[in-house]
Design a protein around this ligand. Structure first.
Ligand code: G6P
Length: 608
């Protein structure tokens, strides 16, 4: 969702900020803007639509300052108009502010200000914050921000400059991520590392209820109560080239093709083949409790949730643990009973998804212990969980998650295997699992090598407006994820169903116009999937089967077949999802969709 990037240093801010905004595009946005200090005044430019619209507005203008703040907005309060785009100002154009999050008490604050004659120019909650900082300003910008922090309810990551404070940017955080970047030519503040990764990989994470003052020569952090904080910069492993397309037409395709490496990275240094047991250092802080864990609840949203659904079957196969998987957004409405030693495991690429964060906070209040599998190092979920495992998959830029899904499945399998070896699995079973895991990167390469074949299938079917995806047990969540991928990037309507439920409804839809993607590898559900395929065939529904290499039976029954190499039944999802990702990608590409930034979607959903 909304993205923040700010800069103060020795270089011109304009190109640094525009480049930073482009790196944030993937988060999803509908308008953008920036404010740059130029001598004694502050220049403001805003535009609806893509960053190029903003660039057009600035083209030919003299904007030469070295201090500036910039923002991509994903509308929550008020339509995506220029007046509603950030930066927002107070009525006297003294304060310029960018903000991620939601000010919950903005209406009451606004009413109070309007009574005092303060004039508003937008429908946003953010403008209230700018006015509030202006009202509180008595010469010290950080003090004014501190006071405003005590008056607002809700969430914020913000950066602010003031006309009469020529050499400072003040930033503050409550609930929305904010990172300081330390480069050799100045200081950055951004909502994620990608906005500054071309300039630095040294970052300092701001925590909730902290604020910081950035100057061209340094930064200082303090709490909302003005207690100074010393915090050293950390080095992040992301490289500038991770945020480049490297010859691929879209990030989604690049990330699909990165999966042999990202699956490898999820296992790197974590396998002990001789012992048949993985090593997960990040879990060790809670090992004494978790090794005896009998109740685990996975919470997640979107694609991460479907990874959790696969995880449930994998844990049930490999461990003695009672499993539940909950959509994080529904978690708080459930009356979950937490027996002693219950663990909650949050799955999240960004580590910032608002519902997932709210779910773990609620679980903590109820006495559960918290684990996380997170890609973004230092993110809120990684900080608020007691232990966890990082994906080490590099930035995922495409809004539709691909490489993180298979990375999450790999790590879930490692975790289940680790606990399973303690609880019930033999050495032989452990060794067999690790051998199969080690084969995965090459097996994924083999699936990816069928890209042309999958594109040809997409060419044949991309104009069909309804698709069905079917799978059972381990691959039932893959049917849901396959349908989600197709919906997200191609806007084709698709349903993901447990194949056993087909007779209870979706079979009514089967006709020669509706393709069914049947995920039917040679696992313990094989015979049942063959029956489903037969039922579709007898109703003349076109079948695109994802089946194990050399499966002549499925080949005969299907219109199209995509082969995946043989593996253990609980590892098939990692291979079966790849054709689904490629099908979605190619359909979207043929339909000329905005693949990396699908309409209305955001990469990181930081509001509930
Ligand atoms: C958004 C993204 C999805 C992602 C979901 C959960 O909806 O578009 O790709 O799966 O959020 O995000 P998380 O960062 O928590 O995995």
């Amino acid at each position: 969702m909304c993205g923040i990037v700010s800069y103060i240093g020795s270089r011109e801010a304009r190109s640094i900020l525009l480049e930073g905004l482009k790196q944030l595009e993937y988060r999803g946005y509908d308008s953008a803007g920036l404010a740059i200090r130029q001598g004694n005044h502050i220049e403001l430019y805003r535009a609806v639509g893509k960053i190029v619209e903003l660039e057009k507005k600035i083209a030919g203008k003299e904007v030469k300052g070295t201090i500036g703040i910039a923002h991509t907005r994903w509308a929550t309060h008020g339509e995506p108009t220029e007046e509603n785009a950030h930066p927002h100002r107070d009525q006297n154009d003294d304060v310029f502010l960018i903000h991620n999050g939601i000010i919950e008490n903005y209406l009451s604050l606004k009413k109070w200000m309007e009574k005092d004659g303060i004039v508003f120019r937008s429908q946003t909650d953010t403008e209230v914050l700018a006015q509030l900082i202006a009202i509180n300003f008595e010469g010290d910008l950080s003090e004014a921000v501190r006071k405003a922090m005590s008056q607002v309810e809700g969430t914020f990551g913000l950066a602010v400059i003031h006309k009469n404070v020529p050499d400072e940017i003040v930033i503050a955080r409550r609930g929305s991520p904010l990172i300081i970047g330390v480069s050799d030519h100045g200081y950055f503040a951004a909502s994620d590392v990608s906005a500054m990764v071309r300039h630095t990989n040294k970052v300092v994470h701001l925590k909730d209820n902290e604020l910081a003052t950035l100057t061209a020569g340094g930064f200082s952090i303090s709490t909302a109560q003005a207690i100074p904080i010393e915090r050293d910069a950390e080095t992040v492993e992301w490289r500038a080239e991770d945020a480049e397309l490297n010859g691929f037409p879209h990030f989604m395709l690049k990330e699909i093709f990165e999966q042999p490496e990202t699956i490898q990275n999820a296992m790197r240094g974590r396998l002990e083949p001789g012992e048949g047991v993985p090593k997960l250092g990040g879990i060790m802080p809670v090992w004494e409790n978790i090794k005896e864990c009998r109740h685990l609840v996975i919470v997640a949203c979107g694609t991460s949730y479907y990874a959790g659904c696969v995880g449930r079957y994998v844990f049930e196969k490999l461990t003695e643990i009672d499993m539940e998987v909950e959509l994080a957004s529904e978690f708080r409405y459930r009356k979950l009973n937490f027996p002693p030693n219950t663990f909650i495991l949050a799955l999240s690429q960004s580590g910032e998804t608002a519902d997932t964060l709210a779910a773990i906070r609620e679980a903590k209040r109820k006495g559960a212990s918290l684990l996380g599998i997170v890609n973004v190092v230092g993110s809120s979920i990684s900080r608020e969980t007691e232990a966890g495992v990082y994906n080490h998959a590099g930035p995922e830029i495409g809004v539709a998650s691909t490489k993180i899904f298979t990375s999450q499945l790999t790590i879930l399998t490692l975790l289940a295997l680790l606990l399973g070896r303690h609880q019930k699995l033999s050495l032989t079973e452990g060794v067999e699992a690790i051998r199969a895991l080690q084969l995965l990167p090459d097996q994924v390469r083999a699936v990816l090598s069928q890209d042309n074949h999958i594109r040809a299938i997409a060419e044949k079917y991309h104009k069909r407006s309804n698709w069905l995806f079917l799978g059972r047990k381990f691959n039932y969540p893959i049917a849901m994820e396959g349908a989600l991928k197709l919906k997200e990037v191609s806007y084709i309507h698709a349903e993901g169903y447990a194949a056993g439920e087909m007779k209870h409804g979706p079979i009514a839809l089967i006709n020669p116009d509706m393709p069914t993607v049947a995920i039917a590898p040679m696992d313990d559900m094989y015979d049942k999937m063959i029956s489903n395929i037969n039922e579709i065939k007898s109703r003349k529904g076109p079948i695109i089967a994802i089946a194990t290499q050399g499966d002549e039976k499925v080949k005969e029954l299907s219109d199209e077949i995509i082969e995946i190499p043989p593996t253990l039944d609980y590892l098939y999802p990692i291979l079966a999802v790849i054709p689904c990702q490629l099908l979605a990608y190619h359909c979207a590409n043929l339909l000329k969709r905005d693949i990396d930034k699908p309409r209305n979607l955001a990469k990181s959903v930081t509001v509930e």
